[in-house]
Design a protein around this ligand. Structure first.
Ligand code: MN
Length: 251
């Protein structure tokens, strides 16, 4: 029976993590360690300037007070599982997509990245939808992907960013391996006045704007496919290495 370490960035109360917890239970042991609040956009941050406390909600179900997704993976692995590696770190299901450059802000994807850094195969799941997300349906697609990953394994240093369209399981067109797409950036800083007449600002992405190039993550989900993007820990831009040799200066 495999052991899953389940995390998210929306908080332990999120319907996305609850649905995935229930869907994974028939497959093995599911240990949930999740933040006590919505930390979407927190990225890969790890808390090392203050102590962390963990609270037990239920059997194999914990929340970390003011803890980030990366903190949750750490405490889940080192404390709850006492340093025994789970078979898979699973992050999500996030309420909303994680596509293109947005994955660099994503706490959901960072949960999987942290698992991979600790040497554990990891998968992040996000729902491509805004309202009325059918988490129970999406969880079925997640389980299908997880079963395949358990069967075949992942290459070294690889973790997956999976985005699932918000449709009934039977309506999914298929599963595609994709590359990370590009966002078409729109105005995201909003200016308002407070009751005293002083301006304040709110950063928000209110609409999706994307370059829908074929075989990108975004292209897959708008066309009804589950998008599976393999990610790595090495952020080196290999093509650029040859183009910036002018910076090299050796005696
Ligand atoms: Mn989130």
């Amino acid at each position: 029976m495999p052991t899953f370490l389940l995390v998210n960035d929306d908080g332990y109360f999120s319907p996305g993590i609850q649905a995935l917890r229930e869907a994974l239970k028939p497959l093995g042991r599911v240990v949930v360690v999740a933040p006590d609040r919505n930390l979407s956009g927190v990225g890969h941050s790890l808390t090392f300037t203050k102590p962390l406390k963990m609270r037990k909600i239920d059997t194999d179900f914990y929340t970390v007070i003011d803890g980030t997704p990366a903190d949750c993976v750490h405490l889940g692995y080192r404390v709850v599982l006492e340093g025994k590696k789970p078979d898979l770190v699973v992050s999500g299901i996030n309420e909303g997509p994680n596509l293109g450059e947005d994955i660099t802000y994503s706490g959901t994807v960072s949960g999987a990245m942290e698992g991979r850094i600790l040497g554990i195969p990891s998968v992040a799941f996000s729902a491509f939808g805004k309202d009325n997300i059918m988490f129970d349906e999406i969880a079925k697609a997640c389980v299908k992907v997880i079963k395949e990953v358990l069967k075949h394994g992942l290459p070294p240093d690889t973790y997956l960013n999976v985005n699932v369209p918000n449709v009934r399981y039977e309506e999914i067109k298929g599963y595609l391996i994709t590359r990370q797409g590009r966002r078409a950036y729109k105005e995201t800083v909003f200016r308002y006045l407070d009751p005293y007449g002083k301006p304040f600002y709110w950063i928000a992405a209110t609409e999706f704007g994307w370059h829908a190039e074929e075989r990108t993550d975004y292209w897959a989900v708008i066309n009804g496919y589950v998008s599976i993007t393999p990610l790595g820990l090495d952020l080196t831009n290999y093509r650029a290495m040859k183009e910036i040799t002018y910076l090299e200066d050796t005696p």
